[in-house]
Write a protein that binds this ligand. Sequence first.
Ligand SMILES: CC(C)(COP(=O)(O)OP(=O)(O)OC[C@H]1O[C@@H](n2cnc3c(N)ncnc32)[C@H](O)[C@@H]1OP(=O)(O)O)[C@@H](O)C(=O)NCCC(=O)NCCS
Length: 277
Amino acid sequence: MSIARERSGGRPPTISQLWAMKDELTTLPGPQLLAAFDVIHDFIDTKLNTGRIRVAEFKPDGSISVNEEAKQAILMLFPIAPMTEGQTGPFYWRDKVPPKLDFVDGVRIVPGSYVRWGSHLEPGVVVMPNSHINIGAFVGKNTMVDTATTVGSCAQIGANVHLSGGVGIGGVLEPAQAALVMIGDNAFIGARSEVAEGCVVEEGAVLSMGCYMGQSTKIYDARSGELLKPGRIPARAVVIPGTLPSEDGTHGTYALIIKKTRDEGTDAKVALNEALR
Ligand SMILES: CC(C)(COP(=O)(O)OP(=O)(O)OC[C@H]1O[C@@H](n2cnc3c(N)ncnc32)[C@H](O)[C@@H]1OP(=O)(O)O)[C@@H](O)C(=O)NCCC(=O)NCCS
């Protein structure tokens, strides 16, 4: 009987039980390693890949509930997944994670983009060329993933979001992060912006072109004159890149500036282009 099974009383181990022994997984003998891999693969395949569960979700009060088992499954997959090779049409891969081939109706994937198995895209999502969506990611309905955008592992993107061209949404795997990036419904992330390190952009917020957001990025709310807690953009805030003076006044540091609350003028500029859908 495998070590994992022994520790779970003879039944196939759960994800949590495997997580408790995650540092030993790669040292397990072949058949036991395969059994552990099967449990993890099955969990991702039947739950995350189908969208039955999400790695994280906003709760009605704005706080975030993380499904720890889902995150653990993905973090454990890479060290033990066997390399496989395959070919889909003219595309060849050699990877531990295969491409996603089972999209729900109403999803459009433009050639040249690559979506990994273990992610879930809701109906109406459009993925433009050269984009990449990684394992564990969730993309809500009618969201536009514009050209050359990356959606990192486990990142959670809401419905009716526009991720503009060249946007980077960080994942939990590269480098390993504790928190997930969350983008709320109806948010707009301007071209070439980057949201990483488990940052949160709340419902309807607008990041203009070229905003870079990590946990160390200062966020100044020009509406109230206050420095906000880093890592979270409030709902419907319109954010632009700027600078704040250092304490000793010798230099300025890159910062995100909340200039205003989203209004009709903003809506007109960031409206999803229905003609392209
Ligand atoms: C953020 C954005 C939507 C403008 O929003 P808006 O609500 O119309 O903003 P306004 O034009 O009313 O500007 C409000 C203030 O912010 C400033 N501002 C707005 N966008 C700015 C930007 N990108 N850079 C610097 N300052 C900016 C304005 O100068 C103005 O400043 P002021 O009040 O001191 O005069 C727009 O700048 C933007 O980034 N659009 C997205 C473009 C894009 O990425 N397209 C997708 C291509 S794939």
